[in-house]
Design a protein around this ligand. Sequence first.
Ligand code: NAD
Length: 360
Amino acid sequence: MHLKVLTLPGDGIGVEVTREAVRVLETVARKFSHTLAIREALLGGVAIHKTGNPLPPETEALAIEADATLMGAVGLPEFDNAPPEKRPEKGLLALRKCLGVFANLRPVRTSKALLDSSPLKNHLIEGTDLIIVRELTGGIYYGSPRGILETDGRVSAINTMHYTREEIERVCRVSFQLARNRRGKLTSVDKSNVLECSQLWRRVVTELATEFPGVTLDHLLVDNCAMQLVLNPRRFDVLVMENMFGDILSDEGAVLAGSIGMLPSASIGDRRPSGVWVGLFEPVHGSAPDIAGQNKANPLGAIGSVAAMLEYSFGLTQEAAAVNNAIEAVLNAGKVTADLKPAGPPLTTVEVGQAVCEAL
Ligand code: NAD
């Protein structure tokens, strides 16, 4: 296969972890005889410095042209008080919008070697392997009317949760397809005892289930789901939910895996005629200014994002498994950065990247 990939290292440790992720991508492509066309472009604070724009038009054009985009992280402390249009994060939001990525996938897999790094008891989390799918472009974060209102000296605020059938259907369809290729179980999370949006959500996902006879669908109220995620995370395979519920529960899911530096994410849009899914892949963490430039950052979230890209954009499941197995081997060998608190001296970002390539 010919893989057309755009990389956007961004700011802070984004640059360091993306370099290692690209090294792993090149290694896995060589091993499985795929060809790669990798372009690199500017996003975030570095793009503001060089062009005045957090998402320069050239970057936007390259992202639209690429099959998949691999991002590091954006954000620099010097922009913390800048106006919204001049903030690095604005570039990322605009990028997600221009790519039309509506489903955010957060795989959470616990590794035996890291069970002790989780705040939960080992027997509860061992064997956890789930994916949280969050609707990314609709719901209360985007609905209108919105704002803080002042009328006759009284202040109030309003936000609107709004969903169309089509918005619900497309993200649930992606989730059914994922579940079909995994253990065949989909949990739809809502608040249908209170919210009309959730009632529509439940109706649409239930109707869609008839198209996927191999997948067992169940429904869970979001408050109960928050509890089940820490009581019995092994019961889940794929979970799907609207934007705000996903924002909150995916961070809860992140705690199960140990360190934030470990977690990949994938944002998926429409399928191209070539069969490739448009996708934006990035580690969950930010630019970590406190450790940037010190060769200390854990690159495994970025490397896991390469695995996610191979699997979800290109359908290369064997290649994705090879990368995930290499990550597991490196963890089991204790070849990890300081955030994972190794028994011996910690490895650097570059050494961990090298170890994954060698394991591959
Ligand atoms: P952060 O994720 O950058 O860092 C939080 C803590 O986790 C820090 O102590 C950091 O050192 C540590 N950490 C994060 N990633 C790590 C890794 N790979 N290895 C080892 N340790 C790691 O979050 P923050 O400090 O709240 O934000 C810093 C900047 O990043 C801000 O400008 C924020 O807006 C931005 N941010 C960007 C994204 C993104 O690009 N998707 C996400 C979150 C935050």
